[in-house]
Structures are given as structure tokens and as C-alpha cells.
Ligand binder design. Structure first.
Ligand code: ACO
Length: 403
């Protein structure tokens, strides 16, 4: 038997780190996380301050350009974004090719990738102006794209963007406005929506962002790279967790069934995990979850749903029980941001299938900022992880007649 590992000894050293738990793939000046202290900063600004005092579009500027904008810069950025909110009319036909019951993430993934076909004048990554236009186009159009996926799924006509509204209100209107009815955006709901966008805007080298960087490292066009990020985000261990968490709460149904699900989560043979609990990096608490928990309380009180929703009752009780259970305490498993964002989105009226698409909308700016940083890095190299081969040793081909 050949010891395969000894072959590697002859071909040089490399680290073997499944899940990249201790390997940095890049340096970056965008987002800082201290998982032990529960800290998150965008460009040095604590997330709590940005959540309280800023808004999503300003955070987009900060992530993209490194500094908070002054009034003139903010007005110019807002103007550039709002001028690009409409999607190419031809894209409507593209939507109509999907089945009505298609998952919104399948549609968003396809449509974002297809942007390279509709906007090929901004696909040259070596042209700084084209990179900038592609970035603004994606931030401007992603709410329209996600809202259209929703409207398509419910069989209602697409709603065109309204550029006099703020980013979150415009998105809510594109989702919930119906013809011949005046849609008035509830400011508390709009604020909560903006908060969800802000808290999800970037999170350094998570799976989807690393995917965007890896795709971009081959000089693929920005739309293709962001589509790759959307695809990765879809998984229930990542962005799909908010959908999975809400589905789980609904599956639990009533408070008396919680112990059954807690027992299942502790049983390693069950293959079941409490969705919305735990995080790879935050091992004390998720700072975004704290902000989101408060927003959830406000929205639910405003909508009069705080004491009515059985889902919320299950969520509150589950949180209490899990946090006092030794299994969860020992493993430092706390509710993450997706646990609470799912509750808010449910209260606003979004179906669970839309949750991850809304996460993708929020994260688009982070993906773009990270992609831009990588493209501008003079040390940029194509990403090419090594592997530890554990397959068969060398053997001779046997013709099919002899097998
Ligand atoms: N429910 C029950 N047990 C859990 C959970 C959970 N949600 N999460 C982790 N554990 C247990 C594991 O079984 C393991 O137990 P062991 O030490 O006895 O073997 C221990 O906690 C450590 O788990 P790992 O999988 O090693 O932790 P990791 O850091 O790799 O995983 C992850 C993090 C993927 C988020 C995980 O906690 C999980 O699957 N959570 C549920 C899905 C979820 O909510 N994802 C959202 C992430 S946040 C985001 O993407 C914005």
C-alpha cells in the first residue's frame, strides 16, 4: 500500500484545513469581526452605531468607498443608484420563462447571472468605469429583481420602482403594491426592512463572499461572480437558515412540542439542528441578533402581532429553553441574526421562500465591495486551493472485457 501522504512530502508542504477554520484566504479592509467578543464593524464603525444612526444606502457607500459620504457625495450616490433601479424591459420575458412555483432564489440566481447578457457594456473588469457602473447597477437593480421574483410567484403584475422613495420603502412597495390600490409604506416596517439590509450587508469571508472572490479571481465578469454568491448563499447552513428557521418554528407549531425538537437537536443521529442557532465565528453572541431582536419586538408590537402569532410564541419559548440548556451553553450556541430576521419578515408578510432572496439583496453590496477590493489588489492571484488526495494509488487500466 502506498502512503499517499508521503507523496505530498515530496511535492512540497501545504496546510490541510477543511472548512477553512484557521486559514485566511485574503487580507481585507472592509469588515472586522471578533467572534469571541461578539463585535462586528464595517470599515471600523461598530454595527450597533450604524444600525441606530445610519441607513442602508449610506452603509452601501461606506462599504464600497471606505468612508462615510458627505452630503454632496450621498446625494450623488443616491442619484446614481436611483437612476438604475429599472431593469431592462426585455428581462420581463426572461422571468416569464420560469415556472410560477419556482423558488425565488432559483430565479434571482438566474436573473443576476443573465445581467451579463443584458448589460454587457459593464462586463469588462479591466475598465474602472465599467466596474463602477456594474456595481451601481447591481445595487440599484437587485431590489427590483427580487421584488419581481416575488410578484411572479404570486401571479401579480410587476411593479415598477418609485425613485422618490427610500431604498427599503421602494422595495416594500414593489412587493406589496397591487394595481388600483394606494400602497402606503408603514415607516416602522420600512425602518425594520432597512435594518435587515444593513445588518446583512457584509460579513467578511463567509461562504458566499469567498465564492464571489474565488469566481472573481479568474477575472469572470461581476454579474457572474455575484450570481455565484447567490447560489452559495442559498444553502440552509448559510443564508437559507432564515427560511429554514421559520419553517422549523412552524413545524414545531406549539410550545408544548419544543422539548421534542430540542431532544432531536441534541441527538447526533437525528441529522437535525436547531435552525437559526449557532455561528461559525460568533461563539458568544451574534451582535446583529441583539439589534434584530429589538427590531422584531418593535415591528411585532406595531403590527399588533406580538401576542397573537403562534410562531412568535414558539420562537420566544425556544430561545428561552435553548439558552438555559447545558447542551447549547457548552457549545456556545445562541440564536443568530437569521432567527430574528425570519420572524420580522414573516410578520411583514413575506413567505418563507422569499427570506433568502432578501438576504441576497442585502448582501449584494458586500459581495461587490469584496469583489472590487480583490480586483484592485496588485497581489491578486487566481484562487486555486490544494487538496489532500485520498483516492486509489496508481493502477493499470483494465479493458472492459476483462472487468
Ligand atoms: N443545533 C444543534 N447542535 C448544533 C447546532 C444547532 N443549530 N449548531 C452546532 N451544533 C453542535 C454540533 O453538533 C457540534 O456538536 P458536537 O461538538 O457535540 O459535535 C457543535 O455544536 C459544533 O458544531 P459545528 O458544526 O462544528 O459548528 P460550526 O461552527 O462548523 O457550524 C453552523 C456553524 C453551520 C452555523 C451551525 O451552528 C449550524 O448548522 N447552525 C444551524 C444553521 C444556521 O442557523 N445557519 C446560519 C448561520 S448564520 C448566517 O449564515 C448568516
Amino acid at each position: 500500500v502506498i502512503d499517499i501522504r508521503s507523496l505530498y512530502a515530496k511535492t512540497g508542504m501545504f496546510t490541510y484545513d477543511p472548512g477553512f477554520t484557521s486559514t485566511a484566504a485574503t487580507d481585507s479592509a472592509i469588515t472586522y469581526i471578533d467572534g469571541d467578543k461578539g463585535e462586528l464593524m464595517y470599515r471600523g464603525y461598530p454595527i450597533e452605531q450604524l444600525a441606530e444612526k445610519s441607513n442602508y444606502l449610506e452603509v452601501c457607500y461606506l462599504l464600497l468607498y471606505g468612508e462615510l459620504p458627505n452630503k454632496v457625495q450621498m446625494a450623488d450616490f443616491t442619484d446614481r443608484v436611483t437612476r438604475h433601479t429599472m431593469v431592462h424591459e426585455q428581462m420581463h420575458y426572461f422571468y416569464r420563462g420560469f415556472r410560477r412555483d419556482a423558488h425565488p432564489m432559483a430565479i434571482v440566481c438566474g436573473v443576476v447571472g443573465a445581467m451579463a447578457a443584458f448589460y454587457h457594456d459593464s462586463t469588462d473588469i479591466n475598465d474602472a468605469m465599467q466596474r463602477e457602473i456594474a456595481s451601481v447597477r447591481m445595487i440599484a437593480k437587485i431590489p427590483t429583481i427580487v421584488a419581481m421574483a416575488y410578484k411572479y410567484s404570486v401571479g401579480q403584475p410587476f411593479v415598477y420602482p418609485r425613485n422618490d422613495l427610500d431604498y427599503a420603502s421602494n422595495f416594500l412597495r414593489m412587493c406589496f403594491s397591487v394595481p388600483a390600490e394606494d400602497f402606503v409604506v408603514n415607516p416602522v416596517v420600512a425602518r425594520a426592512m432597512d435594518l435587515i439590509f444593513t445588518l446583512h450587508a457584509d460579513h467578511e469571508q463567509n461562504a458566499s463572499t469567498s465564492t464571489v472572490r474565488l469566481a472573481g479571481s479568474s477575472d469572470a465578469n461581476p454579474f457572474a461572480c455575484i450570481a455565484a454568491g447567490v447560489a452559495c448563499l442559498w444553502g440552509p447552513a448559510h443564508g437559507g437558515a432564515n427560511e429554514a428557521a421559520l419553517n422549523m418554528l412552524k413545524q414545531i407549531g406549539t410550545v408544548d412540542r419544543i422539548p421534542e425538537f430540542i431532544a432531536k437537536a441534541k441527538d447526533k443521529n437525528s441529522g437535525f439542528r436547531l435552525m437559526g442557532f449557532g455561528h461559525r465565528v460568533y461563539k458568544n453572541y451574534d451582535p446583529r441578533a441583539k439589534v434584530m431582536q429589538q427590531a422584531a419586538n418593535e415591528v411585532l408590537a406595531q403590527l399588533g402581532a406580538d401576542n397573537l402569532s403562534p410562531t412568535l410564541q414558539v420562537a420566544k419559548e425556544l430561545e428561552k429553553i435553548a439558552l438555559s440548556d447545558q447542551y447549547f451553553i457548552d457549545r456556545k450556541l445562541y440564536p443568530n441574526v437569521d432567527f430574528y430576521s425570519g420572524i420580522i419578515l414573516d410578520a411583514i408578510g413575506f413567505p418563507t421562500s422569499m427570506f433568502t432572496a432578501i438576504f441576497a439583496l442585502s448582501r449584494t453590496v458586500g459581495w461587490i465591495a469584496q469583489w472590487k477590493e480583490m480586483i484592485g489588489d496588485p497581489q491578486k492571484k487566481i484562487g486555486r486551493p490544494r487538496q489532500l488526495y485520498n483516492g486509489s494509488p496508481v493502477r493499470d487500466y483494465e479493458p472492459i472485457s476483462g472487468r
